[in-house]
Design a protein around this ligand. Structure first.
Ligand SMILES: [Zn+2]
Ligand SMILES: [Zn+2]
Length: 261
């Protein structure tokens, strides 16, 4: 059985399929646990191009409830993949985890706060200051205790061709926070599907980036292997590659969520 806790629906505008399609795909493969974690709806509809509108939240939850009714043999978890900003803290804690009874939230740094602006973490983490801000941001996220794990901590690989001392310092900040808070870090399957047109310095994809995970082996942390599925046929895609990397580096893999912590 393969568990995947990172799954998107059509509502985020860059995925296809709804909850039931993913659940059926998982069930057909013999998997009885599936976490649904679309890009979080935000009360102020910030960054609307990559997430559902706030007024779609009820329909998203209803889609999960419907899939649970259709496939009662399965455990389908209600989650969201979240950007963190202090202005959303109460919404995540009291509204999503509280009143709406979400099973878990994922923390993710698709954007990085720096000097009052938000950088795109997929393309703008080149400068040392931006990298340092990204490391601080993930550490802050983990310290909130709101998140069951952190998605693709090594997406800084999208902004760099070669490993360097600034990447190492940023990684240290992330890994120390993961150890201190015992927050699992995700080895993201979707990264394996982002293949460079030609290999760069022996790398075929921007992340998972091996030097980060080699460093991770020196810390008392857990890793979690997820598909980050954006299409129903990807419901467990590349989890085997994430697991193989973890195994090669002797990392401790968890395949269930400790929530609440
Ligand atoms: Zn996405
Ligand atoms: Zn995702």
């Amino acid at each position: 059985m393969t568990t995947n806790f990172h799954t998107h629906t059509f509502r985020c505008k860059h995925a296809t399929g709804d909850v039931i399609d993913y659940a059926k795909a998982a069930f057909q493969q013999g998997n009885l646990v599936l976490g649904i974690s679309d890009h979080v709806a935000l009360p102020d509809d910030r960054w609307p191009e990559v997430r559902m509108a706030f007024d779609q939240l009820d329909a998203y939850e209803a889609a999960i409830d419907t899939a649970r009714e259709h496939l009662p043999e399965m455990q389908i978890l209600k989650g969201m993949e979240c950007e963190y900003d202090t202005v959303y803290h109460g919404y995540f804690e009291d509204e999503l985890l509280g009143r709406r009874k979400y099973d878990y939230l994922i923390g993710a740094g698709h954007y990085t706060p720096l000097n009052g602006a938000w950088l795109n973490s997929f393309s703008e983490l080149g400068p040392p200051k931006a990298l340092a801000a990204y490391g601080r941001y993930l550490a802050e996220m983990m310290a909130t205790g709101l998140f069951a794990f952190i998605a693709h901590p090594d997406i800084f690989g999208c902004s760099h061709d070669t490993w360097n001392a600034d990447l190492e310092a940023c990684s240290r900040d992330i890994l120390e926070a993961a150890q201190a808070t015992q927050t699992p870090l995700e080895i993201n399957g979707n990264g394996f599907r982002k293949i460079f047109s030609s290999p760069t310095n022996g790398r075929e994809n921007p992340y998972p980036w091996r030097p980060f995970w080699e460093m991770a082996a020196d810390y008392d942390i857990q890793v979690i292997c997820n598909a980050d599925a954006h299409h129903p046929h990807q419901v467990t895609a590349n989890i085997n590659h994430s697991q193989a990397l973890a195994k090669r580096l002797n990392l401790t893999v968890v395949d269930s969520l400790k929530w609440p912590k």
